[in-house]
Design a protein around this ligand. Structure first.
Ligand code: PLP
Length: 423
C-alpha cells in the first residue's frame, strides 16, 4: 500500500455510494441528540473538546489504521506512542518511565492495580472515599481487598485515618497500596501526596496516583500548597493521566506510567501470532489490552508537538484559564450570596442557601433544570455531611449541590458566570 498521498495531505476519496451517504445523513441526524459539548454553555461533566489538530491527526492516521499492539501492526505509531509516554513521564518527573496509552482511565487504573498485586499478592487497596468508583470496582475484578479512607472536609484523603489503617494492616502483616487522587472526579479535591509519600514509606506501602483528571495541572499556576502534591508525583510507583480529559484528545486515550521499568516483567506472555518483525520492544508486551488504535498515539504526539508540556507554555495557559474560571465563578456566586466550596482545580461546587437539606436539594435540582432549559448545562453532586461546611438541618443523608466543571479556556468569562449565577 502506498501512503505517499498522505505526505501531500491528500486524503483519499472515500468510495462512498449513495446508500452510504444516506446512512451518514441519518447518522448526522441522530447525532443532533446531544448536549452542546463544544460550547462554553456546556459546563457540566468532565468533557473537553479535542484539539482540531488532534482530530485531524487521528483521522489522517485512520487511513493507515495501525494497531499498536505489536510492531507488526503499527511500526510508526508505536514509535510515536513511546515518544508520548516519554513526554508524560518527563512531565511527572519519571526519568525512565515504562508505560503506554490505554483506552481510558479505567483500564489504566486497572493495570496499575494489577501491577501492585503482582508486586504484593495480598496487597490491600486504600483509596479516598471520593476516589473514582473504578478503584473499588477494579479491586473486585482483581480479587483485591479494598478499603475506603475517610475524607477531610475539603474532600481530600484524611491522613490520620490513612495512618490508622496502615498501622492496623501492618500489625496484621498485610501490605497496602495507597491510591492517591490528584483531582477527585466529584469535587476536584487533591489528596496530600507529598505528605502521603513519607507515610507510605514508613509502612512499606506502594503508592499509585490517579491523576486521570488532574494530572496536567502540574504545569499550571497552582497555589504552592496544592502544587507541592503534584510535584511529589515523581515519588509514586505508578501514575494514571488521561489525555482524553485535559490533554485535548478525542476519547480513547488514557495513559499508565510506571516509575520502575522492571515492572514491565509482569506483563510477560507468549504470543504465537505476533512479535515476529523485530527484537525491539513491542508495546503488546507491556499492555493488558491487545489491539489499540495507533491513531490515538498519532493524535497525542501531534498535540504534544504543538503544545509541549512546559510550565508557562501555551498548553499551561489554557489550564490556567480553567483555574481562573473556577475562581471567577466562585467570586460571582459569593457576590450574589450563594454558598460555594473553595475550588482547588477547575471544578466549582455551589448551592442555593437554605435551612433543611431536603429543601435545599430540591431548590438546587430545580435550578439545574431551569438552567438546562436556558441551554446552560451544569451537573449535580451529592455532597456528604462530612464535606459540607454550611450549617443546615440534615433530614436526608447528603445534600444535592450544583457542580460545574470549567474545563474550557472559554469558561473564563464573566458573562458566562453571570448567566450561571442568575437564579
Ligand atoms: C480521577 C478519575 N479516575 C478515573 C476515571 C475514569 O476514567 P475513564 O472515564 O477515562 O475510564 C475518571 C473519570 O472521570 C476520573 O476522574
Amino acid at each position: 500500500m502506498d501512503w505517499t498521498h498522505l505526505l501531500n495531505l491528500e486524503f483519499p476519496q472515500l468510495p462512498l455510494d449513495a446508500a452510504d451517504e444516506a446512512i451518514l445523513k441519518e447518522l448526522a441526524h441522530k447525532l443532533q441528540d446531544n448536549y452542546p459539548y463544544h460550547s462554553p454553555d456546556y459546563a457540566g461533566q468532565m468533557i473537553k473538546p479535542p484539539l482540531p489538530l488532534a482530530q485531524a491527526a487521528h483521522w489522517m492516521t485512520s487511513f493507515v489504521n495501525p494497531n499498536n499492539h505489536a510492531l507488526d501492526g503499527g511500526r510508526a505509531t508505536s514509535a510515536l506512542e513511546l515518544e508520548t509516554i516519554q513526554a508524560l513521564g518527563t512531565m511527572v518527573g519519571y526519568s525512565q518511565p515504562l508505560g503506554h496509552l490505554t483506552s481510558g482511565g479505567t483500564t489504566a487504573n486497572l493495570e496499575a492495580l494489577w501491577v501492585a498485586r503482582q508486586c504484593h499478592a495480598k496487597t490491600v487497596v486504600l483509596a479516598n472515599e471520593h476516589a473514582h468508583y473504578t478503584h473499588s470496582r477494579m479491586s473486585e475484578v482483581l480479587g483485591m481487598p479494598f478499603q475506603a479512607v475517610a475524607s477531610t472536609e475539603n474532600g481530600s484523603m484524611d491522613l490520620i485515618a490513612l495512618e490508622t489503617m496502615l498501622k492496623e494492616l501492618r500489625s496484621e502483616g498485610v501490605n497496602a497500596t495507597v491510591v492517591t487522587t490528584l483531582g477527585t472526579t466529584g469535587m476536584g479535591a487533591v489528596d496530600a501526596l507529598e505528605d502521603i509519600v513519607p507515610l507510605a514509606h514508613t509502612y512499606d506501602a506502594r503508592i499509585h496516583v490517579d491523576a486521570a483528571y488532574g494530572g496536567y495541572f502540574t504545569l499550571a499556576n497552582l497555589p504552592f500548597n496544592t502544587l507541592r502534591h503534584f510535584n511529589a508525583m515523581s515519588s509514586a510507583n505508578s501514575i494514571v493521566i488521561d489525555p482524553h480529559k485535559h490533554g485535548l484528545q478525542p476519547y480513547g486515550c488514557g495513559a499508565v506510567l510506571f516509575k520502575n521499568p522492571e515492572e514491565g516483567r509482569f506483563y510477560k506472555h507468549d504470543s504465537p501470532y505476533t512479535y515476529f518483525t523485530s527484537d525491539q520492544l513491542h508495546l503488546g508486551e507491556i499492555t493488558l489490552e491487545c489491539s489499540r488504535a495507533g491513531a490515538a498515539a498519532a493524535a497525542l504526539w501531534a498535540t504534544q508537538q504543538k503544545f509541549p508540556y512546559v510550565r508557562s507554555g501555551a498548553f499551561a495557559k489554557r489550564l490556567n484559564a480553567s483555574l481562573e474560571a473556577a475562581k471567577g465563578l466562585k467570586h460571582s456566586l459569593i457576590a450574589k450570596d450563594w454558598w460555594v466550596l473553595e475550588p482547588e482545580l477547575d471544578i466549582c461546587i455551589f448551592s442555593l442557601p437554605g435551612v433543611k437539606a431536603s429543601e435545599i436539594s430540591a431548590l438546587n435540582r430545580a435550578f439545574f433544570e431551569q438552567k438546562a432549559k436556558e441551554n446552560l448545562h451544569l451537573a449535580l453532586f451529592s455532597l456528604p455531611q462530612r464535606n459540607c461546611p454550611w450549617q443546615i438541618k440534615w433530614d436526608i443523608p447528603s445534600l444535592t449541590v450544583v457542580r460545574s466543571v470549567l474545563m474550557k479556556p472559554e469558561h473564563n468569562d464573566p458573562k458566562l458566570w453571570d448567566r450561571i449565577t442568575s437564579a
